[in-house]
Design a protein around this ligand. Structure first.
Ligand code: HEM
Length: 552
């Protein structure tokens, strides 16, 4: 009624529209929408009466209603832009591209183009250690910020993924710690010992299958995926997909994962809109197929059982150690996470190791010499105690993970509104801010890795007595700050499968170099391989064509 009285003329209507837009904006800002119902609710509660009032005022002129409603949203947007770019915004002191301050659309655009890792690195080179990469988001490149940042809860990037959320998408620290118990059991030293046999079997099968293709051009990128998919299939579902035996991705898993990860990562920038996108089969097709794949395989594993203590054994709590048994939904989302987090990342690391060994044949020769000196009597190099103590091998693996961390742009964390902010090393980060440490930038920073931070130099990881310096460098230049080395992240949500991943990387690198001479099959493709990488949270990779020859 009051509203109707106010609407005496269009000037007063304008005041009402501006006032309502302002109130809506304050409400939206305070409430920090988490689901689509939040902004919709506010808009309907405020915009609804406004529309009705305008309808009466303009006596059913639809043009009038359109102008009023458009003005309402226009002013709302203008207020958001003004505040976000104003000096009173809490992140105003942090530099960054103008568009990134205005809207998350900038980040979606950067992601879509696939070169996010390079873009953020360039931004750090331009602006310094802290860059504002979203209206309320910071990217950090400073070793002193690593520990405190990685100890924070996960960010809104993980909101509204699956219900119930998987371990990796669980934001509440207490709930996460409770879920993580099953995973920690799955990767304690006794469990890892049990997995050794599976790695041995699958590694030998890998060599056998590759052995049938010697002297032919093969795409090592595809083959590494076959291996890690098969291996995680056995671990997570008790099921061998047979990709290595058949030499093809018979489940179309690469395709499914790539589609689902790209879709999920893009919409993760607007978490409140995720449920809408999930409703459209067109958008969610890859995601839905991946979930269906998870459901089928989990059901198969439950009905078939297993004679091994595999990862699934712990995820489903077959030992009955939890007071509340995990639901089937939780197990499905966790099993899917293990396939995505466990196979794609490990495949990227393996391909990266061989990419650098191909470009640096002297490193390949030196590593082979180390393998031959440790495994002297012709045995397969699959003794995990020996593998763990091979310094040059660890150097090659660490160096590949340093230059190309499989999650190159890291994992988003968040400082909630009930905290008063925190110190990320020397930098203050206010409440309500999403923040991540950018591994790709950090790992190539000369303050932490010197000399030659952009160069594959495994010696930086080995004891000083064995280290060989490249021409023009000396120990006077040497810096190695392991705090800045975070391929597996850190803190309470660090990679749960790190030890398993390291076992796979050591075993496959050694067994391939033990049996095969590996050479570049297409120089342009191999030297340009790094340019094929697309950072969609995980790294999508192009082909790496090689030729294998049996070593006599
Ligand atoms: C070279 C291979 C791998 C790399 C580089 C890697 C890296 C990472 C990173 C960076 C995270 C994010 C942590 C965070 O949110 O701060 C992560 C999480 C995770 N990774 Fe890995 N990972 C690898 C292999 C594996 C394997 C083999 C598994 C086995 C299933 C695995 C399981 C997980 C799980 C379950 C999480 C979620 C942890 C949590 O939220 O508590 N990863 N990984």
């Amino acid at each position: 009624m009051t509203l109707m009285l106010l609407l005496d003329d269009s000037q007063e209507l304008s005041i009402v529209v501006i006032g309502l837009s302002f109130c809506s904006y304050l409400l939206l800002k305070k409430k920090q929408p988490k689901r689509i119902t939040d902004p919709l609710g506010i808009t309907l509660v405020i915009g609804g009466p406004l529309t009705l009032a305008t309808l009466s005022y303009f006596v059913s002129s639809f043009l009038g209603v359109f102008v009023t409603v458009a003005s309402y949203f226009g002013i709302l947007t203008l207020l958001a832009i003004t505040y976000r770019t104003s000096p009173i915004h809490p992140l105003a002191n942090y530099p960054g591209p103008a568009l990134s301050k205005v809207s998350k659309l900038w980040a979606i655009w950067v992601l879509w183009r696939g070169k996010q890792h390079l873009v953020y690195k360039e931004l750090h080179e331009l602006y310094g250690d802290v860059v504002r990469v979203g209206p309320n988001e910071l990217s950090i490149r400073h070793a002193d910020a690593v520990q405190s940042t990685l100890a924070l809860p996960k960010g809104p990037f993980w909101d509204n993924r699956s219900d119930p959320p998987s371990l990796i998408a669980t934001r509440d620290l207490a709930v996460h710690a409770q879920k993580r118990r099953r995973w920690n059991r799955a990767f304690n030293s006794a469990a890892l010992k049990d997995y050794e046999e599976t790695i041995r079997e699958k590694s030998k099968e890998f060599v056998e299958s590759l052995g049938k293709r010697v002297e032919q051009e093969i795409d090592l990128n595809e083959w590494m995926s076959y291996f890690t998919f098969d291996f995680m299939g056995v671990m997570a579902f008790g099921r061998d997909f047979g990709m290595v035996k058949g030499g093809s991705d018979n489940q179309e898993l690469s395709h499914l994962i790539e589609g689902a990860v790209l879709f999920e990562t893009m919409i993760a920038h607007v978490p409140w809109a995720v449920p809408i996108f999930h409703r459209f089969p067109f958008f969610a097709r890859a995601e839905n197929r991946l979930v269906a794949f998870g459901v089928t395989n989990v059901e198969h594993r439950i009905s078939a059982g297993s004679n091994r203590r595999d990862l699934f054994h712990f995820l489903i709590d077959e030992d009955g150690l939890e007071s509340v048994k995990p639901s089937k939904g939780t197990v499905i989302s966790d099993a899917l996470v293990s396939i995505i987090a466990g196979s794609d990342t490990t495949a990227t690391a393996l391909v990266a190791i061989f990419y650098y060994l191909l470009l640096n044949p002297h490193c390949q020769t030196r590593l082979r010499r180390e393998i031959q000196s440790v495994f002297t009597n012709g045995e397969d190099p699959l003794d995990f105690t020996k593998l763990a103590h091979m310094s040059y091998l660890t150097g090659c693996i660490n160096e590949a993970l340093r230059l190309l961390p499989p999650l190159s742009s890291g994992a988003q964390k968040y400082i909630s509104d009930d905290s008063s902010g925190f110190m990320a090393g020397p930098y203050f980060v206010p409440q309500n801010t999403a923040v991540f440490v950018h591994p790709f930038s950090l790992h190539r920073d000369a303050r932490y890795f010197s000399p030659l931070p952009e160069v594959f130099w495994p010696d930086r990881w080995i004891p000083p007595s064995e280290r060989q310096y490249p021409a023009g460098t000396s120990d006077a230049d040497f810096i190695l700050n392991t705090t800045a080395f975070i391929p597996f992240s850190g803190g309470p949500a660090s990679c749960a499968g790190k030890s398993l991943a390291m076992m796979e990387l050591r075993a496959i690198t050694c067994i391939l170099l033990h049996y095969f001479q590996i050479e570049i099959a297409d120089t342009d493709k191999v030297t340009g391989w790094e340019n094929t990488l697309r950072d969609y949270f995980t790294l999508q990779r192009g082909p790496l064509p090689v030729k294998l020859h049996w070593l006599s």
